[in-house]
Design a protein around this ligand. Sequence first.
Ligand code: C2E
Ligand code: MG
Ligand code: MG
Ligand code: MG
Length: 283
Amino acid sequence: HAKAKGRNRIAIFDQPMLQKVRHRLRLEVELRQAVEHGDFELYYQPIVNLRTQALVGFETLIRWQKDGQMLPPDEFIPVAEETGLIFEISRWVLHAACRQLRDWQQRYPKMMAAGLTLSVNLSGSHFSLPTLVTDIEQALNSYHLWGQFLKLEITESALMKHLESARELLLCIKSMGIRVAIDDFGTGYSSLSYLRSLPLDCIKIDRSFISTMDSSREDLEVVHTILLLAQNLRLDCVAEGVETTNQLQQLRSLRCPHGQGYLFSPPLSANQAELYLQKHLVT
Ligand code: C2E
Ligand code: MG
Ligand code: MG
Ligand code: MG
């Protein structure tokens, strides 16, 4: 009896963990299949000039078409990172983004004239891979693209994790004409001296500060400080997750050059993004 009781106790404690492990394993198997079948799609979110609201580019955001649903990256990128599947996914993203950019540039020459860019999120583990530079070169070459229309985003925390190799890698990437943005800025722990020593082009202020800047004096101050920092270092700046006109007004009064968020547009499918492009390219 005691033994049965003991087993029960173990069962009670282990059930949630077992379920987690099962879920994780299933996700891993399904993700592997998705990579084989190419069940991913890129969405595109417009980035705008906050003063004029003119379109300046798009950020590509990966989605997983799973059982008729679009799964957001936060639900599978971590598993992809842990299993190493991220490398194949990351290369796929680079190629798909470059293919789309080339296609749009060819059909809408104004896009190049207007200098519109496409931003691609780089995973931290891909950033640390020796093949990163050739992966990027291959993607550009496959579609005869100029680097200056491509932007790469790397999160502040990923950059800090790979600090030793970061400077050299970024210089290599920049020598291809590609611009580099530090993503989710303000959530990591980068020191100012590192920031100054890295060849960056743009700071993306994390959404968490933008979403509370109209209710929290401190967050407003953080946004203000980041903008001053960007100005001093001659870096471009994008406010992430702009949702309200109030936030837009505040960002404008702080002279934040660029923004992105539901107020302007949610992430769009390729077809929707093309319609957006047609509408916003007319001059
Ligand atoms: P991120 O690069 O910081 O992308 C911005 C995220 O904020 C996107 O979430 C976007 O849909 C969301 N967003 C944009 N505007 C608003 C807004 O006004 N309000 C709110 N609440 N959210 C907004 P998403 O698409 O779920 O992507 C989450 C993260 O996954 C991205 O954060 C990025 O770090 C990562 N990710 C996305 N695509 C890729 C990819 O192709 N490769 C890698 N390695 N990571 C990716
Ligand atoms: Mg990003
Ligand atoms: Mg971000
Ligand atoms: Mg993010």
